[in-house]
Design a protein around this ligand. Sequence first.
Ligand SMILES: [Zn+2]
Length: 257
Amino acid sequence: MGIVTETRLRAMLAKGIPNPFILQAEEKLTPAAADFLKSRGIRIETSVKSSGRTLNAPSVYPLIPVGVSNRHVHLSRAHVECLFGPGYTLTPDRALSQPGQYAAIETVTLQGPRGEIQRVRVLGPSRAETQVEISRTDGYLLGIHAPVRLSGNVAGTPGAVLVGPQGTLELSHGVIVAECHVHMSILDAAHFQVQNGDTIVVETPSDRSRRILFPQVIVRVHERYSLDFHIDLDEANAAGLRTGDFVERIAFQDQFS
Ligand SMILES: [Zn+2]
């Protein structure tokens, strides 16, 4: 099996690296090499067959970049005005990995029956329904025991109090612990031989002192998504992962028991 290293890629720089960079089925890309390509905006594609499921080796590439989400809130338009004042609009601070999504400069204080957390980031743009995403650890601090849910599925979840500079909002529901998931473009999904709603198994790289398996990662496919494995801070800390690290897809869930 050929290993594509960062050194090998650097040697290719003079002649130019093709974009996308095609990995042959028997080739393996080191995390540093994947990083090197990603930092230059070069897409990594595999030459795996697109018909049928061909995965049988312990891993298949490309590797999946990791995005770690700290606690944050998504606000409805009305709730933005309630917390920040009439006519207020969010101010983008930095773009997030998914197109159009951003971290705003605005923050709120999150209050629960046992405690509060200050400076909780607001993500934009505003959504149809307000949603608060916390880790289980945050939940202990706040005294809010939120269920693990996919984003948008907030029926029957606990509420919280949000405090902004211009107002306070008592949410009856909307607090979740986000379920880990992977965003994929339609092309990514074809490469990974999955469809929206499928479940895959991913594992941290083999060079980690503590290897963690995520046996139930929901795939979310959209033409505007870019490849990204989203986990919360508790999951990231347990696995020793940070934003920009990579994980490997090692199986389809139905191949894993
Ligand atoms: Zn996500």
